[in-house]
Ligand binder design. Structure first.
Ligand SMILES: [Zn+2]
Length: 184
């Protein structure tokens, strides 16, 4: 059993949450064979305890109400992020520390995690307001930003500028009377 639920979480756990956790975990081969403790929080959408050594318990906390795949993915990615700095052999790439990288790597990991806008990445208000319309394009840019990071340290600035561009493109197409649609 890869998940261990705290008593407080057990009380709130429902089938939907269970299915969401299992489907999300499948996208994290780095966490296979590890036990993840899932606790409950009502203060935040979620949180994770970044593992500081290889023996550390892997723990995430989630709010069950309005739980999104994006939140689960983000918290699981924090675990991978921490493990990548401990040179865990299961983690092949080092993921930079911080909330924005966590958002970027989470969206890039799978479309499943695009069900809700990321929390920390800077998004122009129209993109936040109409997230489903932009999700795939933003995800594609996250994938590109990760590739760009190999040679360009300001990849987050680059990404946020590119995301901003998406709204400009949309504005242009509205001005010219075209139907609103994405080029992706
Ligand atoms: Zn976080």
């Amino acid at each position: 059993m890869p998940f261990r639920f705290t008593p407080l979480m057990k009380k709130r756990l429902n089938r939907r949450t269970h299915v969401m956790l299992q489907s999300s975990l499948r996208l994290f081969p780095e966490l296979q064979g590890k036990t993840i403790t899932v606790g409950y929080t009502k203060a935040h959408l979620g949180s994770a305890l970044i593992p500081l050594n290889m023996d550390a318990e892997l723990t995430i906390r989630l709010k069950v109400r309005q739980l999104s795949y994006n939140t689960i993915g983000h918290e699981l990615m924090h675990l991978v992020q921490g493990l990548s700095h401990l040179d865990d052999p299961a983690v092949s790439e080092r993921i930079p520390s911080g909330e924005k990288p966590c958002d970027i790597w989470t969206l890039a990991r799978s479309e499943l995690f695009c069900d809700e806008a990321p929390t920390y990445l800077k998004l122009p208000p129209p993109i936040r307001a109409h997230w489903p319309r932009y999700a795939r394009a933003v995800r594609a840019l996250c994938v590109a930003a990760i590739a760009k990071r190999a040679t360009y340290r300001l990849y987050i600035n680059w990404l946020e500028a590119q995301i901003h561009e998406l709204t400009q493109q949309n504005l242009e197409s509205m001005k010219s009377g075209e139907q609103m649609q994405l080029a992706f």
